[in-house]
Design a protein around this ligand. Structure first.
Ligand code: SAJ
Length: 444
């Protein structure tokens, strides 16, 4: 393995930790990553197109719950970390990490526009001796077949003067145990030397770095991780649909199955699948597989079942109201929790938004309460601004139903059970809290 002078110089800088690290995209992946690299001793330059975020960061103000406020303030004050919107400043970075969104187009095709926009804007400032690492979740082949050609229009050759790798983010927002620092990190280099340099870089800040043969192996592993979740969540959701038909308690069935000490991982049924990963990433693989005449039926079926769940929730509520001779049309309903999962403040792709839309379409008067989301702004799946209402005895007593769509910890479920008349619990939180009434509680 022949190390070019540029590769040797970069290796030295990484080992001495006097390399400058650029992080493009300062969201729930990029900011924790930037903080981790700065804590490891690198000078870090964060880059984001959102000027307000950049100003907020440069004032030492944090906006990502998984980042410690004090850590950020200290790193900004010490000059170890700074943010900018100006791409030319990345010219001084020895390492450039790219953590930008990889959404889907309206007809569920990969949207690489963010990655391509970054590639187009950095290729002009690339210089010999830089390492570029893509972290965004994407289909196998993106790094070598899409990103590499754009970067090489700079005239720099990957593996000689320029180094390229893929290392998927594995951030589980809100996870109290696994954060950026202690989550094993896959690294696949476009060439052997690229892989060596990328692994060396991450080893300076993370506890467990796993080298794989190529970017495509790492890309495929990451998409598989999220496909695994989407398929298994869909499986328990299908069990919930079937158990409902059979008048069985799916939660009891799954709890029983979960007593098996080996060979099973129990997922939980719910109102649907939200977030910016699980509903989207598997379709990156499905799209790529079509190029090989390969129908990924598990992915399509999982998507179909998970998308059914908000409709099932609306039907369940309609039936529960019907049992007390109340039409859903005209009923006052409180949706409890609009974040896509518990104890976070992110409503993206949240199934609760679809539930609200369906209930309103069926004539219900819907309001929401979410302790982490005081204001719900218009977004892809939700057309207007709404404000979280307070949970109080008077309001609860004046409702026809409460639908628990997100099982946030910071909610007074006893108060809800005390004053509401009907609760549709799509997360089984009431049973988990040992609450059985006096409200009538219907489970998914
Ligand atoms: N959900 C269920 N039942 C379950 C688990 C989840 O209905 O048993 C729902 C959640 O309520 C949520 C959605 O699925 O709406 C996604 O849940 P998630 O826990 O996968 O949440 P994400 O997308 O924030 O995080 C995932 C990471 N989660 C875990 O590994 C636990 C991981 O797959 C990725 O690191 C991350 O997406 C990503 O960035 O790709």
């Amino acid at each position: 393995m022949l190390w070019s002078p540029e590769a040797q110089e970069l290796k030295r800088r990484l080992q001495a930790r006097d390399a400058v690290v650029g992080v493009v995209g300062l969201g729930y992946v990029g900011l924790p990553l930037a903080v981790e690299q700065a804590r490891a001793g690198f000078v870090v330059l964060g880059l984001d197109d959102n000027g307000a975020k950049v100003e907020q960061l440069n004032r030492g103000e944090n906006y990502i719950p998984d980042v410690d406020d004090e850590d950020l303030r200290t790193l900004i004050a010490s000059g170890k970390l700074e943010a900018t919107t100006r791409y030319p400043e990345l010219g001084r970075a020895d390492v450039i990490l790219v953590a930008v969104p990889t959404p889907l187009t309206p007809n569920k095709e990969p949207d690489l526009s963010y990655i391509l926009s970054v590639a187009d804007r950095i290729r002009g400032i690339l210089r010999p001796g830089q390492l570029v690492v893509l972290e965004s979740t994407t289909y196998p082949g993106t790094t070598d077949d899409v990103l590499r050609p754009v970067l090489e229009t700079s005239g720099l050759r990957v593996g000689e003067e320029l180094f390229l790798a893929y290392s998927p983010e594995r951030v589980d927002p809100g996870n109290p145990v696994y954060q950026t620092r202690n989550t094993p990190k896959l690294v696949g280099g476009s060439t052997e030397i690229c892989g060596e340099l990328a692994a060396l870089f991450y080893r300076q800040s993370l506890t467990d770095v796993v080298r794989v043969a190529s970017p495509a192996v790492a890309e495929m592993a990451k998409v598989f991780e999220n496909t695994y979740r989407a398929v298994n969540i869909a499986l328990v959701n299908e069990m919930a649909l079937l158990a409902d038909r059979m008048a069985l308690d799916v939660w009891e069935v799954l709890e029983a199955a979960g007593t098996k000490p080996f060979g099973i991982q129990i997922f939980q049924p719910g109102p649907g699948v939200g977030g910016h990963c699980i509903p989207l990433d598997p379709f990156y693989l499905a799209w790529k597989a079509r190029e090989y005449d390969f129908p990924t039926r598990f992915i399509e079926l999982a998507g179909e079942i998970n998308l059914k769940m908000p409709y099932f929730v609306a039907d369940k509520l309609q039936a529960a109201l019907n049992a007390v001779k109340k039409p859903l049309n005209g009923s006052r309903v409180l949706v409890l929790g609009v974040a896509y999962k518990k104890d976070i403040n992110d409503p993206r792709e949240s199934p609760a938004l679809k539930v609200i839309e369906l209930l309103e379409d069926r004539g219900a008067e819907v309001m929401y309460h979410d302790p982490h989301i005081p204001v719900l702004r218009p977004q892809a799946s939700y057309g207007r601004t709404a404000r979280s209402v307070e949970l109080d005895a008077g309001r609860l007593a004046n409702l026809d139903a409460v639908v628990i769509t997100t099982d946030h910890t910071a909610v007074d479920y006893e108060l809800v059970a005390e004053h509401a008349s009907l609760i549709l619990d799509t997360r089984n939180i009431m049973a988990r809290r040992g609450i059985s009434g006096p409200a009538r509680i219907v489970k998914l």
